[in-house]
Design a protein around this ligand. Sequence first.
Ligand SMILES: Nc1ncnc2c1ncn2[C@@H]1O[C@H](COP(=O)(O)OP(=O)(O)OP(=O)(O)O)[C@@H](O)[C@H]1O
Ligand SMILES: [Mg+2]
Length: 308
Amino acid sequence: MDCVIRVRGLSKTYPGGHRALAGVDLDVRRGEIFALLGPNGAGKTTLIGILCGTVLPGPGRIWVDGCELPRDWRTARGKIGLVPQELATDAFERVLPAVRFSRALFGKPPDEAYLERLLRDLALWEKRNARILELSGGMKRRLLIAKALSHEPRILFLDEPTAGVDVELRRSLWAMVRGLRDKGVTVILTTHYIEEAEELADRIGILSGGRLLLVEEKGALLNRFGRQRLEIQLAEPIAAVPAPLAAFGLELRDQGRTLACTFSGREGHEQVPRLLRALFDCGLDFRNLRTRESTLEEIFVELVENGA
Ligand SMILES: Nc1ncnc2c1ncn2[C@@H]1O[C@H](COP(=O)(O)OP(=O)(O)OP(=O)(O)O)[C@@H](O)[C@H]1O
Ligand SMILES: [Mg+2]
């Protein structure tokens, strides 16, 4: 497998003694969108900082596109675009010159057409002559994205890219991130909007207390830990669950008017039609039927609470 990032046994203890990472092993595949999820203080920004060379690593080994860190830090950094979580930009700089400067910092030749396209994609072209202090919070965050992409990196780190960005623009950023992935850019993002991971990610890693609890394909994660809740409102109340339905683990609720059950993972896809046929065979008529699948958010909360 072609891994663009490889981390082995990485730990990090900050001066003062706080252990932010504890033995992390991680492989990020070339060209994927990898979402790193975890509660506040889990170590996500620390991990990104180490991979981007802005935080000193502790014990462990790290390779970024074949460059071993911290030794080959400079070469590795040139391949990386980083959108940091904190908004730290020079307030008096103007938008287009700031992005132009970021590109030059990485020794890339000028390419005004590329920068124009970038600012247009990020809905910042109209603001290209504005000073940064005149931008709204969401615009500042988009400017950080423009700066991170100014040197056409092959690996993009997005630490909370859409915090404070409105819903419409968030969707357009997602489309942009997918576009980058389609061009072969590897994207590693952290987010507290689980919907964002659900929409974007190919694979998901869950970090908690400095440990990587699991890494899985998004679909597999939803299948493995997801639940499907089914509720059947009966046309007439019944006194007990009929014997032929016993195997489905049904609960009788609402004074005999509702049958409910929960299936895990893919099981629901097979069990729901089977259950409906069995209901029919028992001569039970129903008025309404509701199913609900768990979201990534519910899975995430459960995993973090139980420490996987
Ligand atoms: N420079 C630092 N010095 C000391 N401790 C730090 C430093 N930076 C982070 N920490 C601590 O390391 C832990 C991990 O922080 P980190 O910023 O990596 O978390 P995070 O997962 O990005 O959280 P969030 O979701 O809030 O952004 C926290 O307990 C934090 O207080
Ligand atoms: Mg963070």
